[in-house]
Design a protein around this ligand. Structure first.
Ligand code: PLP
Length: 399
């Protein structure tokens, strides 16, 4: 017999609540704080010494050129701006740029590239597991799970000591089955800042090859760590050694076009024809999800990369962003031996050895906003706020 609940149609009113992303909740809390000297190191964007996230000057000029010269906004197709992807090849793939077994397409940011890459894996091998070191960027697990793939987590980072749990990482990768996927941060690990060094990359890729795993490299911050070329070391190692590699790339940070959603996905298989088939699936998945990526940011980025003068200016502005990240890191590292590890790390993020209670206290008493985990953005604050931040953190850590 049908009960009343069985027969009642389920509607939108029956939706369960969503536990909102804790970083979004943090932004809302910081926005609502009226204290004028509040410090927002929870934010995930680069800020300059004045505490702003300006549009790069070269990007402004490229956008103007785009507006002046664009003669149509007709559809481009699911691969987006093909010249954009072609110009990215030497930057992302380096000496492998001419390898015809590697194909790429434009995506809506790094997120779009991640989703699409995992859709491809799920299409090829729905029982593949995705090996993920924790902590990781909080959006990685939901993106992977949305494709139906299973995640297997291993500990990546020793918070108290600020070091990578490399033996645990290797053990976890060795326990992977052929066809499983190793999700790796290309550089500027988010949230820890703890990047694999060159020897560690070699070892990781050796194990990946031995176990028949597929390296899936998330390259969201190329140029923010050591340099454009240096930050792609892991990608190059994977391409040297593996027949199958996926790279999810983002221009949103290194061109400072966050909201324009600029990224790309590169796929390598063992043969040109297998890559063509894989890209046909990728195109199909893209068509189902967003049809085609937004044009504006990628078109302006393409204009920069296609013009030696603009490209040179971009490299100067990118270097200035990297230099600021690294100089703030050094300043914080020098301030307290307990924070010295921050000077050895790369990218915008690091984790402070603070408990959740200490983080909440900093928020309430010092108006300093960071994630509950102690993750903070070293360039979330302007130059004028750094000393106060350092003093407050030292106070929280205790004598
Ligand atoms: C590790 C990592 N991957 C990917 C992304 C996604 O970048 P995008 O804004 O281009 O989608 C981010 C953004 O914060 C990130 O931190």
């Amino acid at each position: 017999m049908l009960t009343e609940t069985d027969t009642k149609a389920r509607g939108l009113a029956d939706l369960p609540p969503v536990h909102s992303d804790s970083l979004l909740a943090l932004i809302a809390m910081c926005d609502a704080d009226p204290r004028p000297d509040k410090i927002d190191v929870g934010v995930g964007v680069f800020r300059d010494g004045a505490g702003n996230t300006p549009i790069l000057k070269v990007m402004k000029d490229a956008e103007q050129r785009l507006v002046d010269t664009q003669i149509t906004k007709a559809y481009l197709g699911s691969a987006g701006d093909k010249r954009f992807t072609e110009l990215l090849r030497p930057i992302v793939l380096g000496p492998h740029a001419a390898d015809e077994r590697i194909s790429g397409l434009q995506t809506p940011g790094g997120c779009g590239a991640l989703r699409l890459g995992f859709e491809l894996i799920a299409t090829a091998n729905p029982s593949a597991r995705v090996l993920v070191g924790t902590p990781t960027w909080p959006n990685h697990p939901p993106i992977v799970r949305a494709t139906g793939l299973e995640i297997s987590e291993y500990p990546y980072y020793e918070r108290g000591q600020g070091i990578i749990r490399f033996d645990d990482m290797i053990a976890a990768l060795k326990a992977g089955a052929p066809g499983d996927v190793a999700l790796l941060h290309g550089c500027c690990h988010n949230p820890t800042g703890a990047d694999l060094n060159e020897d560690q990359w070699r070892e990781v890729i050796r194990v990946v090859v031995d176990r028949g795993l597929i390296p899936f490299i998330d390259l969201a911050y190329q140029g923010f760590g050591r340099g454009l070329e240096e930050d792609a070391f892991g990608v190059r190692q994977a391409l040297d050694a593996c027949d199958e590699v996926i790279v999810a790339q983002s221009c949103d940070k290194n061109f400072s076009v966050y909201r324009d959603r600029v990224g790309s996905l590169f796929v390598k298989t063992g043969s040109k024809s297998a890559t063509a088939t894989a890209m046909a699936h990728v195109g199909q998945r893209a068509r189902e999800m967003w049809s085609m990526p937004p044009d504006h940011g990628a078109a302006a980025t393409r204009i920069i990369l296609d013009d030696p003068e603009l490209r040179g200016r971009w490299l100067v502005e990118l270097t200035a962003m990297r230099d600021r990240i690294n100089s703030v890191r050094q300043r914080i590292a020098r301030s307290d031996p307990r924070l010295a590890y921050i000077g050895q790390q790369f990218g915008m993020f690091s984790m402070l050895p603070l408990s959740k209670d200490q983080v909440v206290k900093l928020r309430e008493e010092e108006s300093i906003y960071m994630a509950d985990s102690g993750r903070f953005n070293v360039v979330g604050m302007g130059d004028g706020q750094i000393d106060r931040f350092i003093a407050a953190v030292a106070g929280a850590l205790g004598g």
